[in-house]
Design a protein around this ligand. Structure first.
Ligand code: SF4
Ligand code: SF4
Length: 360
């Protein structure tokens, strides 16, 4: 079912159709500085937009009104769906469970390969949305038997006030929260997110500043810093790298990435190499050849990373989790389906090796 169809069919009174009144979606932003002449500086992401009165930042969902900065997307949910957690992908986080997945409009970068450009590159007024306050998100997650709320599809950084409140409402209701993000965020808001959510998956889009500048309209260094911060804060983290033919698929880049992960994060962080499909502004490039993905994995395996996965290649053995000690499959997957689990309290059932993750 299309996620917007799902949105329309949610038959619960709390999920009321958005009224013309935008006030219900507007809250004061949490991360900004007031400047002279009613200007503000946004301190949420590294872009640090300086914004005049009645103007918005680059992401288009935060507005200066008389020297006070506001989020315009609080509880303004434009996409909602129940997805397998494997689709995020998170492979070491409650395997086989479902995540109640929500998004608002907006993003703080503009990736040429974005698959959700219709919402990520839109202003809030340009997409249909429904009112879903934090407590109701937690209630819907429970109603749909999801142990987790996932903030995903667009960029949760730009709706972080909602994420923070929904994650707290979720915890109070026994529901976990996971953030699916590009990781382009400043340290202070990231640390606040880390206090309230249970996992953060970061899309590391390349290991080169050139790619970030030309394809993402962002920067690599702040994303690397964010991943290190997440790790230091003790929040479960997985990394996805979308391999795009000719743009970020060289041996040198895979090798540099593998060394950085091993050195800065250690060998146990799951690293997913995902297959690209032509979309948005990169329709001129072909899908990633399977040998390219396998080459990326081989380089990272040789570097000593323990959990290197391939994504968007249904049926490939690298979709499963293999015990790094006895080399047997401890979570067997096919596509987004978990076929078998051989873990007991986070340990391999065959050799008792601890497998890092959030398992229950
Ligand atoms: S979150 Fe939006 S307004 Fe704030 S600095 Fe980033 S792009 Fe600019
Ligand atoms: S960060 Fe994600 S949502 Fe934003 S433009 Fe890139 S792919 Fe799209």
């Amino acid at each position: 079912m299309d996620r917007r169809v799902f949105l329309e069919t949610l038959a619960v009174p709390c999920f009321a159709r958005a009224a013309a009144n935008d006030a219900q979606f507007t809250v004061e932003a949490r991360f900004y500085e007031k400047l002279a002449y009613k200007k503000i500086k946004c301190k949420l992401c590294p872009r640090e937009c300086v914004i005049d009165d009645r103007e918005r930042g680059y992401c288009g969902v935060r507005e200066n009104r008389g020297g006070t900065y506001y989020s315009l997307v609080y509880s303004r949910i434009c996409a909602a769906h129940v997805d397998p957690i494997e689709k995020k992908p998170l492979f070491h986080f409650l395997p086989g469970s479902m995540a109640f997945s929500v998004a608002t409009a907006g993003c703080n970068v503009n990736c040429k390969m974005c698959q959700n450009w219709d919402i990520s590159q839109s202003r809030p007024e340009q997409v249909n949305a429904n009112y879903l306050p934090p407590k109701d998100a937690a209630a819907l997650a429970r109603q749909y038997q999801c142990p987790t709320i996932a903030y995903t599809y667009s960029e949760p950084v730009v709706f972080c006030e909602y994420v923070l409140d929904a994650a707290q409402a979720g915890r109070a209701a026994g529901v976990k929260s996971v953030v699916i993000s590009g990781g382009y965020i400043q340290e202070d808001p990231l640390k606040q997110l880390c206090r309230h959510v249970d996992a953060i998956k970061v899309d590391l889009k390349a290991y080169s500043e050139k790619f970030y500048k030309e394809v993402v309209n962002g920067e690599l260094k702040p994303v690397l810093n964010a991943i290190v911060t997440i790790r230091k804060q003790g929040v479960w983290n997985e990394i996805v790298y979308l391999v795009i033919p000719t743009l970020n698929d060289s041996d040198q880049e895979f090798q540099a990435l593998a060394r950085w992960v091993k050195t800065e994060l250690g060998p146990d962080v799951p690293l997913h190499f995902s297959r690209f499909h032509p979309d948005y502004l990169l329709k001129n490039l072909p899908p990633t050849p399977l040998p390219t993905l396998e080459r990326a994995k081989a380089i990272c395996d040789a570097e000593g990373l323990h959990y290197v996965y391939l994504g968007n290649v249904p049926g490939h053995p690298a979709e499963s989790t293999w015990c790094p000690k006895c080399r047997r499959a401890v979570v067997e997957r096919a596509g987004f389906t978990v076929k078998a689990m051989h873990l007991t309290r986070g340990k391999c059932q065959f050799c008792q090796q601890a497998i890092p993750g959030v398992w229950g």
